[in-house]
Design a binder for this molecule. Sequence first.
Ligand code: IPM
Ligand code: MG
Length: 358
Amino acid sequence: MNKTIALIYGDCSSPEIVTQAVRVLDKIAEKYGHTFTYTRAYMGGEAIDKFGDPLPQSQLNICLASDSVLLGAVGGPKWEGMPGDKRPEKGLLRLRAGMGLYSNNRPAKIWPQLADASPLKPSIVEKGIDFIVVRELIGGVYFGEHKTIEENGEKKAIDTMPYSEHEIERIGRIGFETAMKRRKKLTCVDKANVLDTSRLWRVVMHRLAAEYPEVEYGEMFVDNAAMQICKNPSQFDVIVTENMFGDILSDEASEITGSIGMVPSSSLGAGTCGLYEPIHGSAPDIAGQDVVNPIACILSAAMMLRFSFGMSAEADAIEAAVSAVLDDGLRTADLYHGEPGTTKVGTAAVTDAILAKL
Ligand code: IPM
Ligand code: MG
């Protein structure tokens, strides 16, 4: 197959991981007879530096013209003082919206080799951690009106959180469909005891639940969910939730699996052109030292092969290679705790090992 992949190298330590993911994609292309053509798009801090804008239309167009987009992460101290609409993060939000990617899938799964790295007690981890956070990605408070006004001699900031029925329905459906392919359990996480948006979510989710009688559907307040994720994570199969709750809970969910450096994500809309990115940030503190963990980005590339290109065997091969490297005891700094049988390796070396398994 011939596929065009837009690469966004991103900021700080991000170019290091995207570079490694491309090496893995090249190996897959060679082995399975595909041709991957890369186009480069700039977004985030690198786009601010080059164009004075975190996502110029020209760069969004490159992404829209591709078969899918692979991204590392954006942001960093250099751009911290920028006004809200000129920050690197705004480029990412505009990219997601511009591509219509309303559905973000963030798996939280324990790698058996890394069970010791989980901050949770073994008695909790042993029960299994394997769930997915389906996060609504282009609505809610991240996309509502933001403003700061003067009132009674002081500043007042206002962020609004809008959701309309069709936005809830399309992501709710993804939640049910995802559950149908798994253990058929769906939890809608909200704050329906306080928020109107959450109450509307529940109305729409109830309508959908009637269409999916096989799915065991439940609802949970977000504060309780945050607690349950660390107290009893094995109860979850699929969580569906609005944008900000999903942002917060997916970081928590990733950390209990051992390291945020291992968690990939996919973002999709109506078509097959998606955005694939690790859920972690740009790790400015460790940039340029060959220590950042490239695995979340490599696994994001695997998700791209699986979900956008229908290349399941290729995706399986990458995931198996990562698992084999963990079996061999190779650990990047974020995963290394000096256990017997483990060796600390750098960004390029862990990728070399993954390539050797492919
Ligand atoms: C994420 C990030 C982004 C988000 C930021 C960088 C805008 O935290 O992908 O989780 O909030 O969506
Ligand atoms: Mg986040």
